[in-house]
Design a protein. Structure first.
Length: 120
């Protein structure tokens, strides 16, 4: 909650649990082999509510994960088809993903811009 004289930052970007959940999702996808794991299983049994985001990250790292909607199912099933020999590391920084290069040290931080300058 914001109070006068103090400033609370709203967290942005990937949540703290993202890396642990990413490893968990990959481990579960490796277990069943050909049948896959239902999104409902991830959400309701394992409480991995961000499983779609974690699967998307793994797809960007060159894992071949098929999303299948089987007859009579409401939720899709994720099936791991193959893994890369060397996963491509995808940056979590939006600037690096958009431009393909890292931020320069000379670039001002966002709160130094005139629009966001804090007034006292």
């Amino acid at each position: 909650m914001r109070t006068e004289g103090s400033r609370q930052r709203i967290p942005r970007g990937r949540p703290a649990f993202a890396e642990a959940q990413r490893a968990f999702v990959l481990r579960k996808l490796r277990e069943p082999g050909e049948c896959g794991v239902s999104r409902a299983t991830f959400i309701f049994d394992y409480r991995a509510t961000q499983c779609g985001a974690r699967v998307d990250e793994q797809k960007r790292e060159r894992y071949i994960i098929e999303s299948v909607l089987r007859d009579g199912d409401t939720y899709i099933t994720y099936v791991l088809r193959s893994e890369p020999a060397e996963p491509r590391k995808v940056s979590t920084d939006w600037y690096e993903r958009a431009t393909g290069r890292p931020r320069s040290a000379a670039q001002p931080p966002a709160d130094d811009l005139p629009l966001f300058r804090q007034r006292l």
